[in-house]
Design a protein around this ligand. Structure first.
Ligand code: CA
Length: 227
């Protein structure tokens, strides 16, 4: 799932963005200060940042400058009420990839997000994710195991996609829960284990292995019948 970081302090705009972007299938996280936003942006878990300029603790430009000192690639879309030429030029000089001024239309923002994700070579144009002899078709939302196609429910597909985008990486229950089910979900819930059970039944037992005390991993090469 594509993850977007929203760095914005205005509650009304945050809820508008979160609602709209989630409905489009993006995972979203929110930071309401520049400091928090910078820390999250540097965590490496996001595909794009939407950055407000007028933040309570620091200017969005300084957040962008500091981020760019370490990360040249992460797409940053500036969202701001300031629309004069000076700010636009400064934004691009500091390394912004795009600029949207408030008030904005959601579909315009969405089009720009999609375009910037495409530029960065991220998901937009990829239609199949492959790991070993498994494949996940992002259009039909089906999985292929060897030569066999299997149907996945919406939740199974979201979980499978998350694993396919992090092959060979150990993903913790908390990580999976917050990415697929959202942060409001009860952390003690066993829903992750239940759905991993469903995926194992459909994709093969050795596909997703349990890493004791740490989480789960999609194996890059399949070990049939292993746990
Ligand atoms: Ca603001």
């Amino acid at each position: 799932m594509t993850r977007l970081l929203i760095v914005e302090d205005e509650e009304r705009i945050v809820s508008f963005l979160v609602k709209g972007l989630r409905a489009q299938g993006y995972a979203t996280d929110v930071a309401t200060t520049g400091g928090e936003g910078l820390a999250l942006a540097r965590s490496g878990s996001f595909d794009l940042v939407i950055l407000d300029l007028g933040l309570p603790d620091r200017d969005g430009f300084s957040v962008l400058r500091e981020l760019r000192a370490h990360d040249r690639r992460l797409p940053v879309l500036i969202l701001t009420a300031r629309d004069d030429v000076y700010d636009t030029v400064t934004g691009f000089e500091e390394g912004a990839n795009d600029y949207v001024t408030k008030p904005f239309r959601f579909d315009e923002l969405l089009a720009r997000i999609r375009a910037r994700l495409r530029d960065s070579g991220l998901p937009a144009d990829i239609t199949t994710l492959e790991v070993g002899d498994l494949a996940l078709d992002l259009r039909t939302r089906r999985a292929r195991v060897g030569e066999r196609w299997v149907e996945l429910s919406a939740r199974e597909f979201a979980l499978a996609e998350y694993f396919f985008r992090h092959p060979g990486e150990v993903l913790s229950r908390e990580q999976i829960l917050s990415s697929i089910w959202g942060y409001d979900f009860d952390p003690l819930s066993n829903v992750v284990d239940v759905y991993i059970g469903y995926l194992r039944k459909k994709l093969g037992l050795g596909v997703i292995t349990s890493v004791r005390g740490m989480g789960f991993r999609l194996e890059k090469s399949r070990k049939p019948g292993t746990e």
